[in-house]
Design a binder for this molecule. Structure first.
Ligand SMILES: Cc1ncc(COP(=O)(O)O)c(C=O)c1O
Length: 413
C-alpha cells in the first residue's frame, strides 16, 4: 500500500509539539474536574488573574478603530515605510546602536529566524544556540536542511558558560564561513535568564576576534520578550555600535508579546552593521525571501504599531500597560522562585520574562506525576518549563513544593 507521497526531505514531519500536547492535557483535565482545580502553566501568552487572555487595552482600542481598508489591503513586501522606521524605535527605545540599520517586516519573530537561517547559512550548515532553547529553532533549521547545534548555557555556577560557548562557535568556525548564532536575551524562553552587560562584552569581544580572522559572524539577537524584561532590558543594544564589518547583528522583534497580537503574525528583522552595503543587501535579500514565502505581512498590525508609536498619549498608555503585565508576571515568578528556594528545589536563574525552568533528568515522567495534582507543565529535553505569564498568583502558591514532591516520588530528587 502507498504510504507516502511526500518528497524525501518532507517525509515523517509532524508539527505537534510538547507544548501543545501539555496544553491539551490541561484542557481535558479542566473539562473533567473544573477549571478552578486545574493549573495550566503551559501557555506562552499573558493571562490575567482570572485566566483570561490579555489584550493590552490601548492595542484593542487602536486596532478596533482602524478603517477596514487599512486592515484588508496589501502592504508593500518589506513593510510600510513608516512601520519600518517606527518598529526600530519601538525595539531600541533610547538605546539605539550607532551604525547603518534597516528593518524588514516578517511573519512574527518566527519569520525573522526563518529568513536568517535561509539567507545567512548554506544547506547542511550548522546554526548555534544554547542547550535551553525555544523548540521552534530546531524545526526551523531542520525544515531548511540546516542543523541546530547547542552550547551549554550555564556553567557550574549557573553563569553564562563562555567556555563552552567559545568552544562550540570555534567548532562551527572550523567547517563553515558564516557563523549564525542565536541568542535569546533578555528574558530567555524557557529560563527567564538575561545575559549581563559583561556577558555581552565577552561575547562581542570573541566575535571581534573571529572577525579579525576573516570569519563572518551573524548574531541573531532574539528579543521576543524585550518589553517584559524591566528597565535595564535594552542597555545591551548600544554595544552593537561600531562592530567590524564582518559582524552583522540581526535583531528579531515580535509584536506577539509586545502588543499581545500573537495571531496577527507581525514582527521585524532589524539589521545593524557598520557597512552600508551589508545593510542594503540585508534589505534586498530578506525582502526577496518574503516575496518567495509569505509575500507581504498584516497591514492592519503595521498600522496599529504606527498609530500607537506616533501618538505620545497612546504610546505612554501602551508602555504603562506592558509594565503592569511585566510586574504581574514577575510577581507570579517570584512566588515560585522564593518557594522553590524554601523547598530546596533547584531551578535555573530567572531574571524576567514569561517562563521559569527546572532541570530534570526525565521531565516527561515528572510532568505526568504532577498531573495527579492537576498541575500541567511543559516537559522539555533537559527540564520542565513553567509559564508564569499564564498562571494566577493564587495557583502559583504551592506549585514549587508539589513539583518537588512529584520529583521525589519518582526518584528524581
Ligand atoms: C524565543 C522566542 N522567539 C521568538 C518568538 C516569536 O514568536 P512569534 O512568531 O509569535 O512572534 C517566540 C514566541 O513564542 C519565542 O518564544
Amino acid at each position: 500500500m502507498l504510504t507516502s507521497m511526500a518528497a524525501p526531505q518532507a517525509r515523517g514531519k509532524k508539527a505537534g509539539d510538547a507544548i501543545f500536547g501539555a496544553n491539551r492535557a490541561a484542557v481535558e483535565a479542566a473539562a473533567r474536574v473544573g477549571k478552578e482545580f486545574v493549573t495550566n502553566a503551559t501557555i506562552g501568552a499573558i493571562l490575567d488573574e482570572s485566566e483570561k487572555l490579555v489584550c493590552l487595552p490601548t492595542v484593542k482600542k487602536v486596532y478596533q478603530s482602524l478603517p477596514m481598508e487599512e486592515i484588508i489591503s496589501y502592504a508593500p513586501i518589506a513593510g510600510l515605510p513608516d512601520f519600518l522606521r517606527d518598529v526600530q524605535d519601538c525595539c531600541f527605545g533610547d538605546c539605539r546602536p550607532e551604525g547603518y540599520t534597516a528593518a524588514v517586516s516578517t511573519s512574527g519573530g518566527t519569520g525573522v529566524i526563518h529568513h536568517v537561517i535561509q539567507n545567512y547559512t548554506c544547506p547542511g550548515d550548522d546554526v548555534l544556540t544554547s542547550d535551553w532553547y525555544w523548540g521552534a529553532y530546531s524545526a526551523l533549521c531542520d525544515d531548511n536542511g540546516r542543523h541546530l547545534r547547542t552550547y551549554k548555557l550555564f556553567d557550574d555556577a549557573l553563569k553564562f558558560n563562555h567556555k563552552d560557548f567559545q568552544e562550540q562557535v570555534n567548532r562551527m568556525a572550523a567547517r563553515q564561513e558564516n557563523l549564525v548564532v542565536i541568542i535569546n536575551s533578555p528574558a530567555h524562553n524557557p529560563t527567564g535568564y538575561s545575559l549581563t552587560g559583561d556577558d555581552w562584552d565577552q561575547v562581542l569581544d570573541f566575535f571581534r576576534y573571529l572577525a579579525g580572522k576573516g570569519k563572518h559572524v551573524i548574531l541573531l539577537a532574539d528579543v521576543a520578550y524585550i518589553d517584559y524584561a524591566g528597565d535595564q532590558g535594552r542597555q545591551f543594544f548600544k554595544k552593537f555600535s561600531g562592530l567590524p564589518e564582518e559582524i552583522l547583528v540581526i535583531v528579531g522583534y515580535s509584536m506577539s508579546k509586545s502588543f499581545t497580537m500573537y495571531g496577527q503574525r507581525l514582527g521585524a528583522m532589524i539589521g545593524v552593521s557598520s557597512s552600508q552595503s551589508v545593510i542594503q543587501e540585508f534589505s534586498d535579500i530578506n525582502s526577496y525571501t518574503s516575496r518567495a514565502t509569505w509575500s507581504n505581512n498584516s497591514r492592519g498590525a503595521m498600522a496599529c504599531l504606527i498609530r500607537i508609536f506616533e501618538d505620545p498619549m497612546l504610546r505612554s498608555s501602551w508602555k504603562a500597560e506592558q509594565q503592569e503585565y511585566y510586574r504581574l508576571t514577575k510577581e507570579r515568578a517570584d512566588i515560585f522562585t522564593s518557594e522553590a528556594k524554601q523547598e530546596g528545589l533547584p531551578i535555573l536563574p530567572y531574571q524576567a520574562g514569561f517562563f521559569i525552568s527546572v532541570p530534570s533528568s526525565d521531565s516527561a515522567a515528572a510532568c505526568s506525576e504532577l498531573h495527579k495534582e492537576n498541575i500541567f507543565l511543559v516537559p522539555l529535553k533537559a527540564g520542565i518549563r513553567i509559564a508564569a505569564c499564564a498562571v494566577p498568583c493564587s495557583k502559583m502558591h504551592g506549585m514549587a513544593g508539589k513539583l518537588k514532591k512529584a520529583m521525589e516520588n519518582i526518584g528524581q530528587i
